[in-house]
Design a protein around this ligand. Sequence first.
Ligand code: FAD
Length: 449
Amino acid sequence: MTRPRGPESRRRRIRRALPWIGVYVALVTAPLFVMLLGPSPPGRGFWWEFSTALGFSAAVMMGIQFVLTARFRRASAPFGADILYAFHRYLGVVAGAIVFAHWAILRIRSPETLVPVDPLRAPFHLTAGRLSLLLLAAILATSLWRRKFRLEYERWRLFHLLMSVLALVLALVHIEGAAYHLTTPLKRIIWTAYGFCWLLLVVHVRVLKPWGQIRKPYRVASVRPEGDRTWTVEVRPEGHGGLRFEPGQFAWVTFRASPFRFREHPFSFSSSAERKGSLEFTIKELGDFTQTVKDLRPGEPAYVDGPYGLFTIDRHPDAPGFVLVAGGVGIAPIASMLRTMRDRGDRRPVYLFYGSPRAEGAPFREEISRLPAEMNLTFVHVLEHGPAGGAEETGYVDRAILERRLPGDRREFEYFLCGPDAMRDAVEAALLALGVPPEQIHEELFEWV
Ligand SMILES: Cc1cc2nc3c(=O)[nH]c(=O)nc-3n(C[C@H](O)[C@H](O)[C@H](O)COP(=O)(O)OP(=O)(O)OC[C@H]3O[C@@H](n4cnc5c(N)ncnc54)[C@H](O)[C@@H]3O)c2cc1C
């Protein structure tokens, strides 16, 4: 779900990403400099050449779209996967607008370049360009208004991928065919290699990566109810050592299906990062896929692509303590943080504010209630409908509760928020009002698009 106003921590991460925008602009404009190498054909007037430049840059932008969602751990490390997906979305719109401008300028200023329209008579590169433009329009419409069109997420994702690959290939064919500026063999080689790189990237993400997962399979070991429409699935590596993660991180998980079918969903690890031999994910029933989780049976195959994410206490080894705020199934990564600290014998102070509709059915409530005996944890369960007193508060996690329960040195702590948008926004505003420096507030979003 998109919101009109991004949270402060998100805006900060976007600012951190600004130098990368320079790299992006360099990549997008690179083909234009290649065209200036060596002899150039005679100019065809400003608007025609401008439109051509737009076309080249838009093709590169279309290629870079695949990098943004390629899940390269290093690429997402500085700012987080959710920011990359947000950029992917915005830049998709910009690339679409540029391709449209490329066509519209020619349509208005040099309409003779666009005839014939009939695909049976038109040169193939013209038809390829037109098809690419139409596909881009379809990609944008189905992405921006997916919910309005009532498109099921997984189906949309598969078509999104197929249409995007086709649109890029057609755009490259269009450029190769038009070829006016690819006059020398060197220019043609550079451009072809550039286009080829983008296609190789698609192969890497959609063929080599799933293949890597096939070679490191997991099996479902158990599925247990964890509370209100919430289930914990334990998976064990089969024939390999599994993976290591940091508490709070997430993975892309596929159950039952082959990774080549792109049925993976992102879930946070809820088990301790110190636990060897198995991983756990705690999943709330929400839609088509998550409703099937309770039907998983021991022995069924699973594939885990991860770990990913910056939402982890391990990035703050010098923090004097932590404040964790969870709502609903947002407790999953927080549970991993708590369990890991317990298993490591970490005695730093931790304050947990956990918002639930009521005490019954709140995932991990029993286990967390026992943790203060094993670690330096203050647990405040904030119940929407419930009695106040002791470890409980009534209502929502708000400024008054935070002020009442947090110690005087709260500005020193690192804060981790995971839960519904409204909760995270309200808690973030309250923390800022209480003087917590914004760079110490970290958030995990469970819905990126
Ligand atoms: C970083 C991260 C960590 C998450 N951790 C947890 C967790 O620990 N426990 C938990 O219960 N949920 C978690 N989620 C949310 C979980 O991924 C979605 O609830 C789930 O994918 C919904 O799938 P569905 O088909 O059941 O629901 P649908 O109704 O089909 O989808 C609901 C929404 O979930 C998102 N979504 C659906 N499928 C995908 C997909 N394949 N990839 C990305 N987004 C998708 C879309 O925004 C969609 O609109 C996490 C999400 C993210 C991004």
